[in-house]
Write a protein that binds this ligand. Structure first.
Ligand SMILES: Cc1cc2nc3c(=O)[nH]c(=O)nc-3n(C[C@H](O)[C@H](O)[C@H](O)COP(=O)(O)OP(=O)(O)OC[C@H]3O[C@@H](n4cnc5c(N)ncnc54)[C@H](O)[C@@H]3O)c2cc1C
Length: 362
């Protein structure tokens, strides 16, 4: 095993640090923000990512999350397009982002206290901005002062490491819509689900502490600061959820429309949004970052040849995530369409799909 630097301590970076540490690597995580943590919002975690977290020894995900209830899709006036029990599909668990991040980073501490034989160690440096990455045959140097055998770039959608490696790459592209997110302190008797309108979408789900995570999207020019006022006339409990939210986050939604190739160069590997940022329409971005981390740890454990391992990681993760980026963007286009005819056709197709599924289940 060797030494690794992980750039970025988002969900992808900290998962990678745990995955490497478990395989005996000495890991240094470099994070630009002054403190470790995540934003105040919820996140859906799909079974495949939960399985990776279990493999990595991350404890408590089940206890801290709520199994999403199959709730279906409504129109802004509250009429159901397709209701829950008709869907019969795999569902994610819902968890607070900060809680998920804490559960993953708790593994750093666990291992420091009770370090089993063969485990590596994670050192975290916050307030550290990675500005320069240079590699040679023997290692990678960061900012002219830190050196490691391997560098994992988990520095997000605007990755500086990606820009260094791929100066010609097109970079992120604005999807045409912005997203609002919040956590509402409210008691509701509603299983949640999504409501799709013309150019807007709203979804909500219960968290383990009884509060509700909600998100909404709206088409608008990039860089516009706005409030989710468009949802004021939507069905109950949407306006109440927004009214009972202390802090609303707003993020323009971008993705890496042009697939990045390959995910690894020399001793540097890209992971998470740095490699394959996708729109949130499938709720799979962070899950994919966790799965990247699991794959990287597993593949590195199977060989002493770093270059072969990174090529194998690229071969496994790039096709899978490229498909997700594309599918997510397509779902986003359908969800955000403003054309009334297309909206009617879309809702009709969902309703019909729901009925067919119900028949098949019978
Ligand atoms: C509205 C919305 C809803 C979403 N919902 C879901 C969901 O339900 N399920 C899901 O799986 N995904 C979801 N996603 C996607 C998910 O949030 C991202 O895919 C995920 O957070 C990416 O993690 P990451 O670690 O790759 O990058 P990031 O979380 O962006 O972390 C990158 C880190 O690198 C640090 N950094 C950047 N540059 C430097 C530098 N030069 N030096 C040092 N540090 C640096 C940053 O400070 C940051 O901490 C959603 C996204 C949005 C916008």
């Amino acid at each position: 095993m060797g030494t690794a630097i992980v750039v970025g301590a988002g969900i992808g970076g900290v998962s990678a640090a745990v995955a490497l540490q478990r395989r005996g690597w000495q890991v240094t995580v470099l994070e630009r923000a002054p403190e470790l943590g995540e934003v105040g919002a919820g996140i859906s975690v799909w079974p495949s990512a939960v399985a990776v977290l279990e493999e990595l020894g991350v404890k408590g995900v089940e206890k801290s999350s709520v199994q999403s209830q199959p709730a279906g899709m409504r129109r802004p006036d509250g009429r159901w397009v397709v209701s829950a029990p008709q869907l019969g599909m795999e569902l994610p668990v819902m968890i607070h982002r900060a809680q998920l991040h804490d559960l993953i980073t708790a593994e750093f501490k666990n291992i420091r206290h009770t370090k089993p034989f063969g485990m590596g160690q994670v050192t975290v440096r916050t307030g550290y901005d990675v500005r320069e990455v240079v590699q040679d045959d023997d290692g990678v140097t960061v900012n002219g002062e830190l050196r490691a055998d391997l560098l994992v770039a988990a520095d997000g959608i605007r990755s500086a490491v990606r820009s260094t490696l791929y100066p010609q790459y097109a970079g992120p592209r604005y999807s045409g819509f912005t997203a609002y997110r919040g956590i509402a302190d409210i008691d509701l008797d509603d299983g949640g689900g999504e409501t799709w309108g013309r150019g807007q979408l709203f979804g909500f789900a219960r968290l383990i502490d009884g509060r509700f995570y909600w998100y909404g999207t709206a088409n608008q020019p990039a860089g516009t600061t706005s409030e989710p006022t468009v949802f004021e006339s939507w069905h109950d409990p949407i306006p109440r959820l927004i009214a009972n939210t202390e802090k609303i986050l707003q993020n323009d939604i971008l993705d890496l429309t042009t697939p990045l190739m390959p995910f690894a160069q020399g001793r540097i590997v890209l992971l998470g949004d740095a490699a394959h940022a996708m729109t949130p329409n499938l709720g799979r971005g962070a899950c994919s970052a966790i799965e990247d981390a699991g794959a990287l740890g597993r593949i590195l454990a199977g060989t002493d040849d770093l270059h072969a391992a990174l090529a194998a990681y690229d071969a496994e993760r790039r096709p899978a995530t490229t498909k997700l980026v594309k599918r997510s963007r397509s779902v986003g286009r359908v969800a955000q369409t403003e054309n009334p005819v297309l909206c009617t056709l879309r809702d009709g197709a969902f309703a019909l799909g729901g009925k067919l599924l119900k028949l098949r289940q019978r």
